[in-house]
Design a protein around this ligand. Structure first.
Ligand SMILES: NC(=O)c1ccc[n+]([C@@H]2O[C@H](COP(=O)([O-])OP(=O)(O)OC[C@H]3O[C@@H](n4cnc5c(N)ncnc54)[C@H](OP(=O)(O)O)[C@@H]3O)[C@@H](O)[C@H]2O)c1
Length: 384
């Protein structure tokens, strides 16, 4: 296999390092904005030197972002090249187009590192769904948020925990995709499309992040025997999908509560096979590069298909997705009064309330500048 590498950053450099010892998978050309000694004569700053080179049969895209990644992946496929990517932004935004094009051109398109970083989650999902129905996918899918919440449990503020996460390379300089939820949302969307064999638009899934969490919120939940996580969940029944990303509290002793530091826990519930969970490094140079290399080996072993066959639209319908919440706000509001089950100091425990209704209420408070925090308490059968 002759590989052209688009991007030589954290993941691209890792892929090149791992493959240096493998004569069967050769990185013959590297696109980067600057040259280094490791790239030597393989270096180019022109994407066409890879996309138009007939000797290159497989392209690895690890640039990040939607453009020009989408155009370059498409061009590679149109030229008959297989594509492996770790880029969740482009896969989530252009899922249908890229899967269709790979089919039309009969080339491989794999993106295992795009959800779960170093965890071989999507390949496992692809295998299990061949002979069982996936009822739900769920988990803690963002290592930066999990690290921040773990640090805050020790008493640190959100700002201090975020700074630490950035210093350790777990969070980007602009952390919004992590802490506001889009990164988790994209991983949930890609996992759901594969699990439920259809296409779900990213913007149909309600999403809240962890930016408004305070240290005292975690202390309050701890008193209740609960731990806070950024939780992603999607379940399919009769063609309808219930899905959400939001901060959620889990009982101490449960698997999700036990996932600390920058680790991920991702799982699925099967009709016959019970619940499967996978834990590991959700990010990082070598864990992520390993997943890219596993995809390359699958391509080399002539497993050309993408993970899913179906591209029919699946719509999100959350009307039946109801959860109890703990809410901290100073606002006095008729909706809040209607859903209050009990008051507990600065917090309100709600009755079961529909997730979209709750998200709309929280967004309206935030739009008025009212500080608010809410932790859902998902029903145990959602994740066990
Ligand atoms: N890092 C992880 O742990 C991880 C985990 C899972 C998935 N991913 C995904 O993997 C992808 C790559 O992530 P990364 O962490 O390796 O990012 P990164 O360190 O920023 O690397 C991307 C590289 O591509 C270069 N680049 C961007 N646009 C370019 C262009 N038009 N021409 C040439 N070079 C260009 C960047 O150069 P400049 O820096 O000079 O702009 C940078 O060197 C992303 O989609 C990310 O979401 C990463």
């Amino acid at each position: 296999m002759n590989i052209g590498l688009l991007g030589y950053g954290t993941v691209g450099g890792g892929v090149d390092r791992i493959l240096r010892e493998d004569p069967a998978l050769k990185v013959t050309r590297v696109l980067s904005l600057f040259s280094t000694e490791e790239m030597a004569s393989r270096y180019t700053d022109r994407a066409e030197d890879i996309l138009k080179d007939p000797a290159i049969d497989t392209v690895v895209e690890v640039l990040g972002g939607i453009h020009p990644a989408y155009e370059w992946i498409s061009e590679a496929m149109r030229a008959g090249k297989n594509v492996v990517t770790a880029n969740k932004a482009v896969v989530a935004a252009c899922y249908r187009e890229l899967v269709s094009l790979s089919r039309e051109m009969n080339v491989s398109f794999r993106c295992t590192a795009a959800a779960g970083g170093g965890i071989p989650w999507l390949t496992s999902l692809e295998r299990v769904k061949k002979n069982d129905r996936v009822e739900a996918v769920f988990g803690v899918m963002n290592g930066s948020c999990n690290y921040i919440l773990s640090e805050m449990e020790k008493g640190g503020s959100f700002g201090a925990a975020l700074k630490n996460a950035q210093a350790l390379g777990f969070a980007e300089r602009d952390p919004s995709a992590d802490v506001d939820g889009p990164d988790t949302l994209r991983k949930l969307m890609i996992s759901s499309c594969i699990a439920f064999n259809g296409y779900i638009a990213e913007d149909e899934i309600p999403c809240r992040g962890i930016r408004t969490v305070r240290t005292e919120d975690l202390a309050f939940l701890k008193e209740k025997g609960l731990k806070l996580k950024l939780f992603a969940y999607a379940a399919e029944k009769d063609g309808k999908v219930a899905a959400a990303v939001e901060p959620a509290a889990f009982p101490e002793g449960s698997a999700l509560a036990g996932i600390t530091k920058n680790l991920n826990l991702i799982g699925c519930r099967l009709q016959y096979g019970g619940t499967l969970t996978f834990t590991g490094e959700g990010a990082g140079r070598y864990p992520t590069a390993e997943n890219v290399v596993r995809d390359l080996r699958d391509v080399a072993a002539f497993r050309p298909a993408f993970y899913a066959d179906g591209l029919q639209p699946l719509h999100v319908d959350n009307t039946a997705l109801k959860r109890i919440y703990y809410v901290r706000t100073s606002a006095e509001d008729p909706f809040l009064e209607k859903i209050t089950a009990e008051k507990d100091g600065a917090y309100i425990k709600t009755l079961p309330v529909s997730v979209p209704e709750m998200h709309a209420f929280l967004s309206s408070l935030e739009a008025d500048g009212t500080p608010v925090f809410a932790a859902a308490v998902p029903e145990e059968e959602a994740y066990a």
